[in-house]
Design a protein around this ligand. Sequence first.
Ligand SMILES: *Cc1c(COP(=O)(O)O)cnc(C)c1O
Length: 404
Amino acid sequence: MIPETITSPFQVDEKGYYGQFGGAYIPELLYPNIAELAENYLRYIQSPDFQEEFNNLLRDYVGRPTPLYFASRLSEKYNTRVYLKREDLCHTGAHKINNTIGQILLAKRLGKRKIVAETGAGQHGVATATVCALMGLDCIVYMGAVDIERQAPNVARMRMLGAEVRAAMSGSRTLKDATNEAMRHWINNPTDTHYIIGSVVGPHPYPDMVARFQSVISTEIRRQLAEKTGSELPDYVLACVGGGSNAAGAFYHFMDEPSVKLIALEAAGKGVNSGHSAATTALGKPGILHGSKSLLMQSPDGQVIEPYSISAGLDYPGIGPLHAHLFTTGRATFVPVTDEEAMEAGLLCSRLEGIIPAIETAHALAYLEKLNAAPDETVIICLSGRGDKDLQTYINWFGDRLKK
Ligand SMILES: *Cc1c(COP(=O)(O)O)cnc(C)c1O
């Protein structure tokens, strides 16, 4: 199911660029690791034995294919046809595991014994700790101190799975800072360790590699939608964007289908211009962060601006280079969604569909309020994860409104 290499304006070029974005801006100490990956990743992941192992694990361990569910009550409310791609039903509760399965198989083939990862909401940390347990590899996860507090259930899960969770104490103590620490760890341990990045960010070849592993989402959507409606192509695909991996997976096989409108929802936090936001395309300028050139929230002199979102998984000042390219070329539309809009959408989905979504995912659901799709149009929403990890945040936000 890992896609063959095709030429398209939205695929990475041989140098690792999507248009003007991407590349590998890395310290010299990491050259050998990144070169090893860049030279070998396609050969490994497209080989028949890799594909077989990957597909078998996705089926029997992750639980794929995930359902494409016709959400009848949301459809009725918004007077259009809404389908939810149920990545919340993946083992560990989010799409993240599609990528960690792929990367752990690659790490084994590269002869690595240890894994390092960063995590924001903790979903990538849990997905990484899970595959390390599955394969018997050591696992260290860096997590911002603020996120350790607001995502306590996921910290406990990682520890239960045998991973060591290390707190990142710098900056805003969130995802960006955890990523800095994980990269530093890799620089200091380059020979025995593989770094499993959790989104379509980082130096080439990570963005392309992660997008290919996540592209199973849109492979399945096309087939499932055809079974349900007779057409493989929806009118809209909506997904939230932190770094952009669930969106990359949901968009992947539609990027070259111009009739399909791609809409990425980014976290506006308390408002795009409130000074408490993570709306990268609205606020960002080209810059370099974590090894690639992309859009980045930064001050006029190039300092990274601390992002803010109520959702730990979207609390990141950049987006992957593929998304910067989709934005700049106009192929995808990027729309900011506030904390408040997302929280209301999370409650509405819970009450109308019996599905408590992750707060990240709720940002995508919130856009139904503004989309105005026609009654006969088809809207796919990537339901990237489930909301168990966010229950305390929901309870704190809604207070007495939940007591009936
Ligand atoms: C991590 C996460 C996200 C954001 O990451 P992307 O790489 O942008 O997909 C979104 N939803 C959930 C449930 C997550 O765990």
